[in-house]
Write a protein that binds this ligand. Structure first.
Ligand code: NBP
Length: 484
């Protein structure tokens, strides 16, 4: 081994995320960090701006690999997709069995599964690690969701623990499960983040336009909420955004921003995956669709004069109204998280991962965008019952929803009457009512399916599968399930 081979960890890709992660690693005792970027100018900039980091910089991938102590461990932080594949291939060509390649980018979990399977044959470990917290998290302490082999985590665990956020004394990192489990859980994290943001936005909209509060007043309301059970990073930053005043016009910042929300893909992936898994993540889906609707500029421009036929909300008691909105937000949030954790359970069952849901909720308490006290309640629920089939069945959450139900129904009903779009509030409430319903109209849907497609149905009072001869004498026959 050359004298230079002394870095215990390397980072490939030195744009904002990679640079910050490399600096974070270098700032922790025990780490010596090797760095490499396709375009050397980026490496030089990082070296000159942060001499204190003591980076071992390389201009070539060969020199980078030579600078890593064995087992060589490198974290890739490049553009997801083709860039990631290109770097993986360069490392695989040079690494040896036992070495570890970590993809810290936002990869689709099925890509991670594919890559892990391909690379595993060489004896090199491939770990897909979800890293949440954006630029600041990467620098100061993200929440990290690594997948990959248990063996690789023995080397990687201490390194990742050294840079992760700390929540209540515990590093926000855990070995989520094998192969793509880490990126899967990161994807669901982002899906929940979409729902959380949309719910807060709906609460804002109601407070503003039904309650008549100004953005600054709503910031004050959110700041108060942040001292209670809704305490979270997202509520906190929403209050900050609402106090911002546009320097050019003197108007509230929120009034000068174009109301068309974009997305980068993980929300869409969450919904697509949930559709494949047959898991209803309706709150997340509505949040993704709400962004899509907001961006339908052409249609919206022409639809502005469509009939509304609304009934004024008529807020008489402002304090009671604010409390109703708070409770509706909390109940809807509980549903969004219950759906997200359901999707993780379904993914784990489908992809053979053993995922500790309580551990996942704990590593989201710090570093990431959905960090919140609330996650302790979820950890408590899974600590009481690791096999909990829905968070809504945990005593704490059952009680919390029960305490909020009337308010939640009032808000959704008033919103419908007054003509406010509340897709996430409304769908969360419908999900709750659907889940608890003794009978669902799915029975009628089964009848329709049997009528037009002979899809068959089951009976409530007998074993077996049945079909009614709809076009004949309408008698029922026992049959095998249709393959349509
Ligand atoms: P970008 O996603 O903007 O990617 C830029 C980096 O990719 C540069 O280092 C660039 O090298 C490198 N790269 C590309 Br592009 N194609 C390459 C190739 N074929 N071979 C080698 N390197 C290549 O960087 P980022 O915003 O720092 O994000 C890095 C990863 O982290 C992404 O997967 C992203 O999704 C994920 N992530 C980002 C955030 C965030 O808040 N930004 C949060 C969480 C996760 P060059 O300098 O030579 O062009």
């Amino acid at each position: 081994m050359s004298e230079q081979a002394q870095a215990n960890i390397g980072v490939v890709g030195l744009a904002v995320m990679g640079s910050n992660l490399a600096r974070n690693l270098a700032s922790r005792q025990g780490n010596t960090v090797a760095i490499y970027n396709r375009t050397f100018a980026r490496t030089e900039t990082l070296m000159s701006e942060h001499p204190e980091a003591g980076f071992i910089a390389s201009e070539s991938i060969d020199a980078f690999v030579a600078s890593l102590a064995k087992p060589r461990t490198a974290i890739i932080m490049v553009q997801a997709g083709a860039g990631t594949d290109a770097v993986i291939s360069e490392l695989v060509d040079r690494f040896e069995p036992g070495d570890i390649i970590v993809d810290g980018g936002n990869a689709l979990f099925t890509d991670t599964i594919r890559r892990e399977q391909t690379i595993a044959a060489s004896g090199i470990h491939f770990v897909g690690a979800g890293i949440s917290g954006g630029e600041e998290g990467a620098l100061k302490g993200p929440s990290i969701m690594p997948g990959g082999s248990v063996e690789s985590y023995q080397t990687l665990g201490p390194i990742l623990s050294s840079i992760a956020a700390i929540a209540e004394g515990e590093p926000c990192v855990t070995h989520v499960g094998t192969d793509g489990a880490g990126h899967f859980v990161k994807m669901i994290h982002n899906g929940i983040e979409y729902a959380d943001m949309q719910l807060i936005a709906e609460a804002y909209d109601i407070l503003r336009h039904a309650g008549g509060f100004t953005p600054v007043e709503i910031a004050g309301i959110f700041t108060e909420w942040n001292a209670g059970e809704l305490e979270s990073y997202l509520i906190e930053i929403t209050a900050e955004v609402l106090t911002q005043v546009d320097a050019a016009t003197g108007k509230p910042f929120v009034d000068v921003v174009l109301d068309q929300a974009g997305s980068k893909g993980t929300g869409v992936w969450t919904v697509q995956t949930a559709l494949d898994l047959g898991t209803p993540v309706s709150g997340i889906a509505e949040a993704v669709f709400a962004r899509s609707l907001s961006s339908q500029a052409g249609q919206r421009a022409q639809a502005g004069n469509l009939p509304a036929v609304t009934t004024a909300w008529g807020v008489a008691d402002k304090a009671a109204f604010v409390e109703d909105v708070r409770r509706a937000l909390y109940a809807s949030k509980i549903v969004a998280y219950a759906q997200g954790f359901d999707a993780i359970r379904a993914g784990a069952a489908t992809y053979n991962w053993k995922i500790d849901l309580g551990a996942v909720s704990k590593i989201w308490r710090g570093g990431c965008i959905i960090r919140a006290q609330f996650l302790n309640r979820i950890a408590d629920a899974y600590a009481k019952n690791a096999e909990l089939v829905s968070l809504l069945l945990d005593d704490y959450f059952t009680q919390a929803i029960s305490d909020s139900l009337s308010a939640w129904r009032r808000v959704v009903a008033h919103a419908a009457l007054a003509g406010f779009p509340v897709p996430a509030f409304g769908s969360s409430l419908s999900y709750y009512d659907g889940l608890r319903a003794a009978r669902l109209p799915a029975a009628l849907v089964q009848g329709q399916r049997d009528f037009f497609g002979a899809h068959t149905y089951k009976r409530v009072d007998a074993e077996g599968t049945f079909h009614t001869l709809w076009s004949g004498n309408r008698t029922e026959v026992a049959t095998e399930p249709s393959t349509h």
